[in-house]
Design a binder for this molecule. Structure first.
Ligand SMILES: CC(C)(COP(=O)(O)OP(=O)(O)OC[C@H]1O[C@@H](n2cnc3c(N)ncnc32)[C@H](O)[C@@H]1OP(=O)(O)O)[C@@H](O)C(=O)NCCC(=O)NCCS
Length: 318
């Protein structure tokens, strides 16, 4: 049986209307627009209202992706986001299997990698992969080292069969649990339980060793990007568009420099969105599609890093 190539047929994104600027944060914690801008590149991020929830934005992004792919929700065989079953019901994708992927900021590329394998292996024809997050619910707004970084949003892609030589060219997913405590929420799991005390202590909020995470993120994203490029028989100069996970402009710049991908070919929306975790790459990809920045035949490199720790990279020909 010949291998089916899997590619992206449509993309979409959605995010809350609410905006949290650096000036807003100056009123909440001891920080400044100048510090946040120079250390991270972030100017603002989206923040969901108390009555908004993750699957709402996931559904919005998915509807756009489904429409652009020109398929019916009932044709979807598999949904790979967080809150998968809620999204399935809302979309009326009644024939799809739905499952969550817990890989933090790497969730979307983990999803692309699995979608590619499911389509190539003949188990699925159309797969909906979503990165959707309301991270602002897990952020401690008394901790200035984390609360300035994260924002909310969702991005989605419909994957399906494409002609030979197109679509996903190579994909890799990795993790290393030895670094768990570099970026994690200590409460909420079975270890220590989920009680009034753990909530009062704020154990459900992110804790992060920013400096350590920075170094591992740069190293891991650069290494895995080299690996997927090599596997696809590509060089850095073949990359038309590099969409890294949007964690920090300085991380993006360092990875691009290590890979020798010219800054004109690197996408960044961190100033407007901050770090939206698994949503950052699909939001970026859809913004590039909408802006006409992706042309047929272009080589796209995507790389991510997140809690776990997890990291991943994918190359594709559009
Ligand atoms: C968090 C991060 C921006 C901090 O930048 P940094 O250059 O490493 O800064 P440091 O952590 O060394 O802190 C430097 C100083 O700034 C202070 N600081 C931290 N956050 C601050 C803020 N929001 N406003 C003002 N000062 C702040 C620190 O307290 C520290 O002060 P000190 O020197 O008096 O102790 C950076 O480490 C980072 O982006 N790490 C990766 C985080 C990430 O992307 N995580 C998600 C991965 S998916």
């Amino acid at each position: 049986m010949s291998r089916v190539n899997a590619g992206i047929l449509g993309t979409g994104h959605s995010y809350p209307k609410g905006v949290l600027t650096n000036a807003d944060l100056e009123k909440i914690v001891d920080t400044s627009d100048e510090w946040i801008t120079t250390r991270t590149g972030i100017k603002q991020r989206r923040k969901a209202a108390p009555d908004e929830y993750t699957s709402q934005f996931a559904v919005g992004a998915s509807r756009e992706a489904i429409e652009r792919a020109g398929i019916d929700p009932e044709e979807i065989d598999l949904i790979l986001p967080s809150t998968a079953c809620l999204i399935q019901a809302e979309l009326g994708a009644n024939k799809a299997a739905a499952m969550d992927i817990v890989a933090a900021c790497s969730g979307f590329l983990y999803g692309l990698s699995m979608a590619g394998a499911m389509i190539s292996g003949g188990q699925s024809k159309y797969v909906l992969v979503i990165g959707a997050e309301i991270l602002t619910r897990y952020v401690d707004y008394t901790d200035r080292s984390t609360c300035v970084l994260f924002g909310d949003g969702a991005g989605a892609a419909i994957l399906g069969p494409v002609e030979s030589g197109r679509g996903i060219l190579s994909a890799k997913i990795r993790s290393d649990g030895r670094y768990e405590k570099q970026l994690y929420a200590p409460g909420g799991g079975t270890k220590g339980g989920f009680t009034a005390e753990t909530i009062a202590r704020g154990d459900h909020f992110f804790k992060m060793k920013g400096h350590e995470v920075f170094k591992i993120a740069v190293r891991s994203m650069a290494e895995i990007s080299r690996e997927v490029l090599c596997e696809a028989g590509l060089r850095a100069e073949d990359v038309d568009l590099f969409i890294p996970h949007q964690a920090n402009q300085r991380i993006t710049d360092a990875v691009a420099e290590m890979l020798k991908v010219d800054s004109s070919r690197v996408y960044s929306n961190i100033a407007m969105h901050g770090n939206t975790s698994s949503a950052s790459i699909p939001i970026g990809l859809d913004e590039c599609v909408e802006a006409g920045r992706v042309r047929e035949g272009d080589v796209i490199l995507m790389a991510s890093f997140g809690g776990g720790v997890t990291w991943s990279a994918v190359t594709m020909r559009w």
